[in-house]
Write a protein that binds this ligand. Structure first.
Ligand code: ATP
Ligand code: MG
Length: 761
């Protein structure tokens, strides 16, 4: 053990001095002799302090020895003057050694030479009293950090700025988690990137690094940091770093509020579509705000900030104007610099800008040093102007191409504009009426009464009333017409009448036509009335006549029968033939009268309308012809038929006549009859189709006239009433009847019945 100690004592590179309890030297190892350049033998027994008068930055020997005695050890750095006056810095570890047995106290002083001369000199410098007081008086914070970034020194300003005591700071490294630091943008400032760490890591000084440091009380302090690495003589790696920093909190807040103001300005200017430029004329430097570039279609980083770039983009035709304006302004010949010109965009097209600027700084000779100004994108305005121009052109075109008379006037009735139709009607030009009141214009000035009315109309329209009435106006050469005249008030956003639109639609021709139409209508109505009177009279006559004729006819028939019965035998053949002829004629007359009566009744009587099942009705009709059908072998096909609103009696008569005709006017054996219907828009259209003899188209109309027949009664029985009756019935149901046929081709009769019939016509 002793040997090991001996070995260490002799061969250690660290200097070791052993003292007794009174700090008298008991032994010095070779390394210590080397460090302090003394011979061990000469100083055994002498006081350590006197032999090696080392100095500590801020502690006295007494302080160190006290700590050593009380705590058993002391660590620190000390400096020492060599006899040749060079100073060396030593890292110290002092220990108290107690020997249990002898109860003797010894001290071991271990010295290690710090070889970094710069740190050495800096530290030593700092130790010098005047420098220490200078350091104390500095408002700048100073810290010295070792290669591991432990703070080994700080001045009072550093304590104040960082809000930490010296004790709290010493030994704390940059990466200590207790630091809470941020960048200017608020993001964390990691310890590894602190300027002192960067300097230590890179060996480069760091300048004006801004850092926000939270003080223990939570307040944020902004500091601007400079750090200076310190190198060992032969090493490229820094062994320490001196950091100095200023409190820029106040500056920062001013800067921030300035920045805010600037941001607000920029925001306002950019928001209003203005780009900002700032031209330092003396230095030929110019700043363009991002919007200046945006106007040209560039990104904010794309175009260099220089005056030539801008100049090269101004349209060559406009450049002289811009220059002239600028010179005039700078010479004071013009109150403001304001010029509109074209600049070339990124896509090589040109856009219009309005450039405005002012001098904000002049030198002692009164020459402009700095100008600021704005660029306003005029493209949109130019486009809007163009659009407006087009709109007003279009409006004017519409305004003038209208047949209507139309104008624009002020609320007090002064004409601002009048369209060509109105001017042409009066044979005047715009100059004749513009700026003059409407009531003095030739259209209405012919009559004082009209003028008064127009003035009253305008007064009412000016209060917001819409005026409209007919008005007779005068045109050129005693021409006149009636117009549908109106005054329409136009209000602004506040509801105030700002304009009145006078308008006139020429209704002279319309009025004339209206009058003619009315006259025609009246005549027609009269005729219809006359006709309906005569029709009604005729029908009443027919009814009465047929009714009254029956009675004498019955008498004739009765006496003819009596004559035949009583005297028939006495008469010769000729006589009996006469009686037979008269009887036939009388019978025929009876039928005719009955038919006539029936026909007249159809026109007069009020049959009731009701829901009719036409299918059932047709079945009944067919049944009534049972015998004929059997005899002729006729085939009747009935399709589905609808339920509809009609007079049942009358509809029965129609089907009865049409089916009867189809059976009667057959051709050859086995007549085939088909009955059906289809739905028209407002009608049911029924049809009865046969394969009979057919009808020539010449007679399509004739057959519907009462007592009109195409055949002799000897060929086919009948009076010629059937179809006339059908026509009358159908018409009373607001329908029509027609036939499609050709001789030998069969016939189809169509008739319609109105769907929504309310009453018979
Ligand atoms: P009534 O019907 O009074 O007994 P009518 O049958 O002769 O006599 P309408 O029914 O009015 O009288 O017909 C008029 C004429 O139209 C007929 O005389 C006939 O010549 C022609 N006619 C009518 N229906 C047909 C038909 N289906 N085919 C060919 N001709 C027809
Ligand atoms: Mg008939």
């Amino acid at each position: 053990m002793k040997d090991i100690f001996e070995f260490f004592y002799t061969h250690s590179t660290e200097g070791l001095i052993i003292t007794d309890a009174e700090f008298r030297i008991l032994g010095i190892n070779p390394a210590a002799e080397d460090v302090f350049q003394i011979a061990g033998s000469t100083c055994i027994g002498s006081s350590l302090v006197q032999t090696i008068p080392f100095q500590c930055i801020d502690l006295t020997f007494e302080n160190i020895f006290e700590t050593l005695t009380l705590e058993g050890s002391w660590k620190g750095r000390v400096s020492h003057h060599l006899p040749n006056q060079t100073i060396q810095l030593l890292s110290c570890n002092f220990y108290q050694l107690r020997q249990e047995l002898s109860e003797q106290t010894h001290y071991a002083f271990l010295f290690d030479l710090i070889s970094d001369s710069k740190l050495l000199s800096a530290s030593l410098l700092l130790q010098q009293e005047q420098y220490a007081s200078f350091l104390k008086s500095l408002s700048e914070g100073i810290t010295v950090q070792t290669e591991t970034s432990d703070i080994i020194l700080c001045n009072p300003a550093a304590e104040r700025i960082l809000g930490l005591t010296r004790d709290q700071m010493l030994g704390r490294s940059s990466v200590d988690p207790r630091w809470r630091c941020i960048h200017e943008d608020g993001s964390p400032f990691p310890g590894e990137t602190h300027p002192s760490m960067v300097s230590l890591g890179t060996g480069l000084p760091q300048r004006n690094v801004v850092m926000g440091v939270y003080k223990p009380d939570g307040d944020l302090t902004w500091i601007s940091i400079n750090s200076e690495p310190i190198f060992d003589n032969n090493s490229a790696i820094p062994t320490a770093v001196i950091t100095s920093f200023n409190d820029i909190t106040e500056l920062k807040s001013i800067e921030q509020s300035l920045k805010k103001t600037e941001e607000r300005w920029n925001f306002a200017l950019e928001g209003s579509g203005l780009g900002v430029w700032d031209w330092n004329i003396a230095k030929q430097e110019i700043y363009f705000s991002p919007h200046c570039r945006r106007i040209l279609g560039f990104e904010h980083y794309e175009l260099p900030d220089d005056i030539d770039t801008w100049r090269s983009r101004v349209h060559p035709d406009d450049l002289p104007v811009v220059k002239a304006q600028l010179i005039q302004y700078l010479k004071g010949q013009q109150e403001r610099f304001e010029v509109e010109y074209r600049v070339r965009k990124k896509d090589e097209s040109y856009t219009w800008v309005l450039d405005r600027g002012m001098v904000v700084d002049i030198d002692s000779n009164g020459m402009a040093r700095r100008m600021i100004g704005t660029h306003a994108d005029q493209q949109q305005r130019k486009q809007m102007e163009e659009a407006e121009r087009q709109i007003s052109q279009r409006f004017k075109a519409v305004f003038n191409s209208m047949y209507q008379f139309i104008g624009i006037m002020t609320p007090d009735g002064l004409l601002v504009d009048v369209n060509e139709a109105a001017l042409a009607f009066a044979g005047i030009t715009m100059q004749d009426v513009v700026g003059k009141p409407l009531w003095e214009a030739p259209w209405v000035s012919y009559s004082e009464t009209i003028q008064t009315q127009i003035r009253q109309d305008i007064a009412r329209a000016a209060k917001g009333e819409f005026i409209r009435h007919e008005l007779e106006i005068a045109g050129k050469q005693n021409d006149s017409t009636i117009i549908d005249f109106s005054l329409k008030p136009v209000r602004d956003e506040n509801g105030i009448v700002t304009l009145i639109i006078p308008e006139g639609r020429d209704i002279g021709a319309l009025k004339h036509t209206e009058k003619l139409l009315q006259e025609a209508n009246e005549a027609l109505a009269k005729r219809a009335e006359d006709l309906s009177v005569s029709n009604a009279e005729l029908e009443r006559f027919a009814y009465v006549a047929s009714h009254d004729l029956q009675e004498p006819l019955r008498t004739v028939t009765m006496f003819l029968e009596l004559l035949d019965a009583r005297y028939g035998a006495q008469l010769d053949t000729t006589g009996r033939t006469y009686i037979a002829t008269v009887t036939r004629a009388a019978n025929r007359m009876k039928t005719l009268i009955q038919d006539l009566l029936q026909y007249a009744r159809i026109g007069n009587d009020n049959f009731t309308l009701k829901s009719v099942d036409s299918q059932a009705l047709v079945t009944a009709v067919i049944e009534s012809f049972g015998q004929t059908i059997q005899e002729t072998g006729a085939k009747i096909i009935v399709r589905d038929l609808p339920r509809l609103h009609a007079s049942e009696t009358m509809l029965y008569m129609v089907f009865h006549n049409l089916v009867g005709n189809a059976l009667k006017y057959k051709q050859g054996a086995e007549p085939i009859i088909e009955i059906g219907y289809r739905l028209e828009d407002a009608h049911y259209e029924f049809f009865i189709k046969d394969n009979g003899i057919g009808i020539h188209s010449n007679y399509f109309d004739k057959i519907f006239i009462i007592f009109q027949r195409l055949h002799k009664k000897e060929e086919y029985s009948g009076t010629g009433l059937g179809l006339a009756l059908c026509k009358k019935i159908v018409e009373r149901h607001r329908g029509t009847i027609r036939v499609e046929s050709a001789p030998g081709q069969g016939s189809t009769f169509y008739f319609t019945i109105h769907k929504k019939i309310k009453r018979l016509h």
